[in-house]
Write a protein that binds this ligand. Structure first.
Ligand SMILES: CC(C)(COP(=O)(O)OP(=O)(O)OC[C@H]1O[C@@H](n2cnc3c(N)ncnc32)[C@H](O)[C@@H]1OP(=O)(O)O)[C@@H](O)C(=O)NCCC(=O)NCCS
Length: 173
């Protein structure tokens, strides 16, 4: 995937892991003073819970500058072809340049083509509406993180998301 001359997007490879960990660590530390996302990503990998074709790195001059992870969620305890978007992180030195948007749009586009039905996330309520996300409560989609504006859902088909209780995979528990 190539969205301009300098930014390349592709699925993560084992050789990217150290760079991904560092970007996730620095981005979440700066934004939330949090470090828990690094072991989360490592656990997602170890348990093979990442949806590989949707879990992408962004590279500039072959240097990893951004990352998006997708994993499968359940609805009411059953598979529903749903995804959890988490985490997404961009090198703090490179934020605000469209890298996060490129990663999110690319991963969502692949997910649509692959027949996934919906995506949930817990994130910045002001950032994700531009990608089609709305507060999940508007569709009766509940989760384990409350029903604030940052708990969001986006359909990946023409149908609205079905209501139900969505739960992330085991790495998040
Ligand atoms: C959120 C993040 C992935 C966005 O990546 P990015 O490459 O900086 O984003 P883009 O350049 O594509 O988009 C920039 C836009 O995002 C907005 N944005 C960035 N962080 C935001 C935040 N915390 N809240 C609301 N909007 C935010 C910017 O205001 C900008 O808006 P504009 O286009 O209207 O000017 C990145 O800032 C990051 O890694 N943050 C720390 C980790 C994090 O918060 N991850 C998401 C958890 S929900």
């Amino acid at each position: 995937m190539q969205n301009d001359l300098s930014l390349q997007l592709r699925p993560e490879q084992p050789s990217d892991c150290a760079a991904i960990d560092e970007i996730v660590r620095s981005a979440f530390w700066l934004e939330f003073a949090s470090t828990s996302e690094v072991p989360l990503v490592q656990t997602l990998r170890e348990r093979d819970e990442l949806v590989r074709e949707l879990t992408l790195v962004a590279l500039e001059d072959n240097v990893v500058v951004g990352y998006i992870a997708m994993s499968e969620v359940t609805r009411d305890g059953a598979s529903a072809r749903g995804l959890g978007l988490a985490p997404v992180a961009v090198d703090p030195q490179r934020q605000g340049a469209g890298i996060g948007s490129a990663l999110i749009e690319a991963s969502l586009a692949i997910a649509v083509r692959a027949g996934w039905q919906f995506v949930v996330l817990l994130g910045h309520a002001e950032y994700y509406p531009r990608f089609g996300f709305v507060p999940a409560r508007e569709h009766g989609v509940t989760g384990d993180y409350g029903d604030g504006d940052g708990w969001m859902v986006r359909a990946l088909t023409d149908e609205p998301p079905s209501p139900g209780h969505v739960r992330y995979c085991s790495a998040f528990q």
